[in-house]
Design a binder for this molecule. Structure first.
Ligand code: KIV
Ligand code: ZN
Length: 515
């Protein structure tokens, strides 16, 4: 069986999902999980794009062992130098350089003639090879490019020293049959193509990113670029978990294998969802909450007689386990530690103790604490940022015949700051009171509430996105009280803002209202 190489671009193309903004610690945490998943390449960022992207790429390059670490660069000297500098500490660095090759992009975006593009391809690949031995060249919008010109571009890149060639379906326009033919055409018309990694990269505008990627692999592509949960520009990229599980489940058809540790898929998906604030739709293939749920009586009957009647892969194969250990308020530290191990968490002593205290508080309100509750709770311990503000106290008065009013007290350092406000509803009132107490006026861009499990005593999980001067920050909060969860999420996002902007974030030094 031939091997397919998995090039994960969650931290680069995935981070281009509208509204997502991950800080360096969050990107590092995702990169650590991708290394456990055993992806072959982690595309860590686009270093020239921003100081944050540069810092995250450099931090991942310095810490993560195992996968190749890639950085993106346009076909310019400045971009390539920035990528090389960010990758300096990587054990296995890869510079990924690209330029568009379709008539529409060359004419309207680049305003360049094909001959000039060809010259830039050669210079970019040669320039990148001066810094690293592993260079990928991508022909952006390859699927809308002229075939003969595309073959010339690819030949030029290989002759200049590219070790990987990527043929992206940048706008999600191709179809499985067409993409298969394109890959075959390149394999037949480009000298030296069999000696390099031939990569595909599909966007999901017509919902065919995974199908197109699989078709290209059938035609002889050896590497596939994809993202966790299918995150990415517009409708997203091909989803890693769908490609990997399709190859694993249908080895009879594809005869291909990956080195992915599939048992880490579920945790990776949930970590990415928690840190990006982008929920996974319930019916999402592989990792959606309903992916292994059987609702209809006929299905349940068949499933109970033999799981294989309605299950083509096991939940265990993606890391979803039937729990041996159910926790409640009488569970002690020993059981809690065992459960952390069972769920695959590896927390420091201090984080474990902090998580245990939060578990005890939750178990007081909820009879049984499920694995999903714990996952939701533990995610908050994973990427702990300094808490400039803590939520001390919250009181609301609300009803259908009264003006919703909230009183909130935040602590900043030694100082307590109390404020009250009215709003159109209790969440609005709480957020207005927090705005006053923090002194940081922000815009609320999005708010989402979901129950972590079923039942009236379920934990509510709130995800918010706030913005300030064009930068956005995601916050998460959980509680059995949805108003408290809403307040915690908002304060979490504010803390990220202060952390990223520095303690001088405006207006935090207000005095009136201090208690
Ligand atoms: O979709 C695309 O073409 C890209 C390239 C930069 C590879 O993301
Ligand atoms: Zn892309």
């Amino acid at each position: 069986m031939s091997r397919v190489y998995i090039f994960d671009t969650t931290l680069r193309d995935g981070e281009q999902t509208p509204g997502i903004s991950l800080n360096v610690e969050e990107k590092l945490e995702i990169a650590r999980q991708l290394a456990k998943l055993q992806v072959d390449v982690i595309e860590a960022g686009f270093p020239i794009a921003s100081p944050g992207d540069f810092a995250a790429t450099a931090a991942i390059a310095a810490e993560i062992q195992g996968p190749v670490i890639a950085a993106l660069a346009r076909a310019t000297v400045k971009d390539i130098e920035a990528a090389a500098a960010a990758l300096q500490e990587a054990k296995n660095p890869l510079i990924h350089t690209f330029i568009a090759t379709s008539p529409i992009h060359m004419e309207y975006k680049l305003r360049k003639q094909p001959a000039e593009v060809l010259r830039m391809v050669e210079e970019a690949v040669k320039g990148a090879r001066q810094f690293v031995d592993d260079v990928e060249f991508s022909a952006e919008d390859a699927t809308r490019s002229d075939l003969v010109f595309l073959a010339e571009v690819v030949s030029t890149a290989i002759a200049a020293g590219a070790t990987r060639i990527n043929v992206p379906d940048t706008v999600g326009y191709t179809t499985p049959g067409e993409y298969r033919r394109l890959i075959r055409y390149l394999k037949e018309h480009v000298a030296g193509i069999d000696g390099i990694q031939l990569s595909v990269h599909c966007h999901n505008d017509l919902g065919m990113a995974v199908a197109n990627s699989l078709a290209a692999l059938e035609a002889g592509a050896t590497q596939v670029e994809c993202t966790i949960n299918g995150l990415g520009e517009r409708a997203g990229n091909a989803s890693l978990e769908e490609i990997v599980m399709a190859l694993a489940t249908r080895q009879d058809t594809y005869g291909l294998h990956t080195e992915i540790v599939t048992e880490h898929i579920y945790r990776t998906s949930h970590l990415v969802s928690a840190l990006t604030g982008v929920p996974v739709q319930p019916n999402k293939a592989i990792v959606g909450n309903n992916a292994f749920a059987h609702e209809s009586g006929i299905h349940q009957d068949g499933f109970l007689k033999a799981r294989s009647t309605y299950e083509i892969m096991t939940p265990q194969s993606i890391g979803l386990h039937q729990s041996r250990l159910v926790l409640g308020k009488h569970s002690g530290r020993h059981a809690f530690r065992e459960k952390l191990k069972e769920l695959g968490y590896n927390l420091s002593e201090q984080d474990t103790e902090q998580a245990f205290q939060r578990f005890i508080a939750l178990a007081d309100k909820k009879k049984e604490v499920s694995d999903r509750d714990l996952d939701a709770l533990l995610k908050e311990e994973l990427v702990a940022i300094p808490e400039s503000f803590t939520l001390d106290y919250i009181h609301i008065s609300s009803g259908n015949q009264t003006v919703p009013t909230a009183t909130v007290r935040l602590t900043r350092g030694e100082r307590g700051i109390a404020e009250a406000a009215c709003g159109s509803g209790p969440v609005d009132a709480v957020y207005r009171a927090i705005d006053r107490a923090s002194g940081i006026p922000v815009q609320l861009e999005s708010y989402a509430l979901q129950a972590v499990t079923g039942g009236k005593d379920a934990l509510g999980e709130v995800t918010v996105r706030i913005s300030d001067n064009g930068s956005s920050y995601t916050g998460r909060g959980i509680s059995t009280d949805i108003i408290e969860a809403s307040a915690r999420a908002y304060v979490h996002a504010l803390n990220k803002l202060v952390y990223q902007k520095g303690p001088d974030s405006k207006n935090v030094a207000r005095q009136e209202g201090d208690v």
